[in-house]
Design a binder for this molecule. Structure first.
Ligand SMILES: Cc1cc2nc3c(=O)[nH]c(=O)nc-3n(C[C@H](O)[C@H](O)[C@H](O)COP(=O)(O)O)c2cc1C
Length: 147
């Protein structure tokens, strides 16, 4: 069984592009080695991540990530098991619309992409449901989704 874990956190205000590249680089190297896949998103100064793989390895990585000073308020939202890894081909999607992309059109484009991903992704496990629910909550807050 594949163990899945999803959490949210808040990026420190001084988070720079260099920090983002460093996180991405470590993630690509380590996760590949540990056979952990997932998806990481930075939107509106908040991180959303889903990690999946061997249970002990995922939990160990999560403990390490939790101690990272580049974010705080790390909150576990859900854990679940899946028959197969669901985010194997995603790589770690990483988009920062709060610091580097100041062009409102870029932000809007990104929000449209998020909405599309959210609607196209088949959500079969608790972790997936919660990963996308938290992102959707932020889109509603920013009035990208109007009820
Ligand atoms: C929001 C966030 C997500 C992260 N995700 C991962 C991850 O998926 N894999 C990983 O190895 N490190 C991740 N990191 C970085 C780790 O906290 C840590 O810096 C890194 O694993 C150290 O490994 P290194 O010494 O090989 O660079 C993340 C950090 C943050 C702030």
């Amino acid at each position: 069984m594949i163990y899945q874990l999803t959490y949210t956190s808040e990026a420190i205000e001084t988070l720079a592009d260099d920090d983002i590249y460093a996180i991405l680089k470590s993630s690509e190297q380590n996760n590949h080695q540990l056979k952990i896949s997932g998806c990481l998103l930075l939107y509106n100064q908040k991180f959303y991540q889903i990690l999946e793989g061997n249970e002990a390895l995922v939990l160990e990585l999560y403990e390490q990530i939790k101690r990272d000073p580049r974010h705080y308020n790390v909150t576990l939202t859900a854990t679940s098991y899946a028959k197969e890894p669901l985010y194997k081909d995603w790589g770690m999607i990483f988009q920062d619309v709060t610091t580097s992309a100041t062009d409102p059109e870029d932000v809007q484009q990104f929000e449209r992409t998020l909405l599309m991903l959210e609607s196209l992704t088949e959500k079969t496990t608790e972790s997936e449901i919660w990963f996308w629910r938290e992102i959707k909550k932020e889109l509603v807050k920013k009035k990208v989704i109007v009820h």
